[in-house]
Write a protein that binds this ligand. Structure first.
Ligand code: F6R
Length: 641
């Protein structure tokens, strides 16, 4: 998804800007660009590079942008850079950021014509009316983006002070944005603003240089001194100083926006022996689960204070767990499916009524708020716009008990929820989520146990037995990963198909959903999942010998019912691919391919059954030659609505 990096320095900042983009590029993008103030660099003033704003933009990889800036001698000490994920206007050079004010219409890839250069993450909802008004005033548009209106607006408000111009501009914007702006007449200044999209400030070398970025990861290796900007903040970066103004227009003190030391991971993790990050991340799951459970000696409320990230002590968690009478889970995509699994656990083990909602739907429907509900958001990135908006909507309805299960300790989600369980999957680079999902499930299972304990539904023996099973998960996962050769053989069949059905029941229905999502997003095979009992209510009409039917068949209370559903498929010549526990007595035969799962794992079985489905999707995608880590049209961190 879109990424921002900006800097004010005394050295040539272009390599840092472009490397920042490289750290963000795994999130998915379709074009990239950089603009610098050439005259901000003393050397540039004396050398051959003319002053003013210069930019380079590309629809190729960031590595090629780096070559382009070298070829075109683009250098400067003040600049902004961007990776774009198209929302308004096709992926094309003329739509790539930075956008200039007074673009030259059919402007060249590199031009020094701009007075204002601007990058933007988010969506401006009133861009059409703003565009019409600006055109009426003579502004010429060079792109189809909503972003370009902001550049022209800043230009229209400029009368010698960029900060004032940006302040006047954002007063006219409706929608979500994080922006970074430079002006040709102010060579040592970058102004930023955020509302609805993340933006952070980085304090660099001895406080003399400053950075802006959409994520601290972009500044890994440059600075670990980070200020998290909040909704409505405006920030003014100049050489050797910065200041932040809050949404009420008042200057904020360092105590209000403290500098924090963060451990930002570099996105450029080593691939090691793996072909793709997704494969690496699938195989990291035993380690990720072990790390997530490290130090969990028992179910204690301190587990949910986000390792003290935002200072809510364990006692607060305990009070909340005792008080609440229901759970509302809000999430998107894969994270939503982990919430669907948790619903079964929470109702079965903790006896707490639980509702799971797709975040983008919840925020727009009329619901009946219950202030005694625990609102649980689940997110790998912690920056998903829909989930954050749903959280804020729940808060606005008076639901103040909020908890997140999140993989990024420094994310907006962790900061905005009162309680947090931070998973330790490590940076997930493949766009298709794998280890984040299983660690979310681990966190959700711990939450279930904590709520069961608070409600007096968990004996010491039960707690010990559940924790023992959790601690054995890394070993159990290793045994499942050893099934990879059999899944490669299944993948050879799937690579020739255009459709697939996934079936599961109970706890494993969300696992079937997740298996179908993985297959479609990286192999582009159309896949759907159903609770197996629903088959006869419609989808059975699709079953032919060209429709593989993946069935998740653990040895649980629904096994016999599931076997009947499988017979329904075989009777229509459908070909079954079954993940069966050892003692299910389901054997391979004509039209039935069985992979035997190592052991039955009770409540935690979904964590094991999802792994072969991840491997099936991965190897099918490899066989079809798709871009596994960066599937078309998708982005890692979905920071727009
Ligand atoms: C699918 C996938 C997405 C994300 C979804 C939510 O493999 O990764 O469906 O799960 O975009 O993202 P987070 O978890 O970052 O909120």
């Amino acid at each position: 998804m879109c990424g921002i990096v900006g800097a004010v320095s005394t050295r040539n900042i272009v390599p840092i800007l472009v490397q920042g983009l490289q750290r963000l590029e795994y999130r998915g993008y379709d074009s990239c660009g950089v603009a610098v103030h050439a005259s901000s660099l003393e050397a540039a003033r004396q050398g051959s590079v003319p002053g003013g704003l210069q930019r380079a933009r590309s629809t190729a990889r960031v590595a090629e942008l780096l070559e382009q800036v070298a070829t075109e001698h683009i250098a400067g000490a003040t600049g902004i850079a961007h990776t774009r994920w198209a929302t308004h206007g096709a992926p094309a050079v003329h739509n790539a950021h930075p956008h200039f004010s007074h673009g030259t219409g059919a402007d060249a890839n590199t031009t020094s014509a701009g007075r204002v250069a601007l990058v933007h993450n988010g969506i401006i909802e009133n861009h059409e009316e703003l565009r019409a008004a600006l055109q009426a005033r003579g502004y010429v548009f060079a792109s189809q983006t909503d972003t370009e209106v902001i550049a022209h607006l800043v230009d229209s408000h400029y009368s010698g002070d960029l900060f004032d111009a940006v302040k006047a501009t954002i007063a006219e914007l409706h929608g979500a944005y994080a922006i970074a702006v430079v002006h040709k007449d102010e060579p040592h200044r970058v102004v930023g603003a955020r509302a609805g999209s993340p933006l952070i400030l980085g304090v660099g070398q001895e406080g003399s240089e400053h950075f802006l970025a959409s994520d601290a990861m972009a500044l890994a290796g440059v600075t670990d001194q980070i200020v998290y900007l909040e909704e409505g903040d405006l920030v003014d970066l100049q050489l050797g100083r910065y200041w932040i103004v809050g949404k009420d227009g008042a200057a904020l003190t360092p105590a209000q926006r403290p500098v924090r030391t963060v451990q930002a991971h570099s996105g450029a993790a080593e691939l090691g022996p793996y072909r793709h990050y997704m494969q690496k991340e699938i195989f990291e799951q035993p380690r990720a689960i072990a790390d997530t459970l490290e130090g969990v000696a028992g179910i204690v409320p301190e587990l949910f204070d986000g390792a003290g990230v935002h200072g809510e002590p364990g006692a607060a968690a305990w009070r909340v767990f005792k008080e609440i009478d229901s759970v509302l889970i809000l999430a998107c995509g894969t994270s939503y499916y982990s919430g669907c699994v948790a619903k079964y656990w929470l109702e079965d083990i903790a006896g707490i009524p639980t509702q799971v909602e797709v975040a983008s739907e919840y925020r727009y429907r009329t619901s009946v708020p219950n202030p005694r509900t625990l609102v649980v958001t689940i997110s790998q990135s912690g920056e998903t716009a829909d989930t954050l908006a749903a959280l804020r909507h729940a808060q606005s309805l008076g639901m103040q008990h909020t908890l997140t299960i999140c993989n990024v300790a420094t994310s907006a989600m962790v900061r905005e929820c009162k309680l947090a369980y931070v998973t330790r999957a490590g940076v997930e680079i493949g766009v298709a989520s794998t280890k984040a999902f299983t660690t979310q499930l681990a966190g959700l299972f711990l939450l279930t146990l904590a709520l069961a304990q608070a409600k007096g539904r968990l004996t010491d023996e039960q707690e010990a037995s559940h924790l023992k099973a959790m601690r054995h998960l890394p070993v159990a996962l290793q045994a499942v990963l050893a099934l990879e050769p059999q899944l490669i053989s299944w993948a050879e069949d799937f690579a020739r198909m255009e459709n697939a059905l996934f079936l599961g029941r109970g706890l494993h229905y969300p696992i079937a959903l997740e298996g179908a999502l993985k297959l479609k997003e990286i192999s582009y095979i159309h896949a759907e999942a159903y609770p197996a009992g629903e088959l006869k209510h419609g989808p059975l009409a699709l079953v032919t010998s060209a429709m593989p039917v993946v069935t998740v068949a653990p040895n649980d209370a629904l096994l016999e019912k599931l076997k009947s559903n499988m017979q329904e498929v075989r009777a229509r010549a459908g070909v079954l691919y079954v993940l069966a526990d050892a003692d299910t007595h389901i054997e391979s035969s004509e039209g039935v391919h069985v992979i035997r799962m190592p052991e039955h794992y009770g409540h935690l079985s979904p964590l094991l059954h999802v792994v072969p489905l991840q491997l099936l999707a991965y190897h099918t995608a490899c066989a079809r030659g798709t871009d596994v880590d960066k599937p078309r049209n998708l982005a890692k961190s979905v920071t727009v609505e």
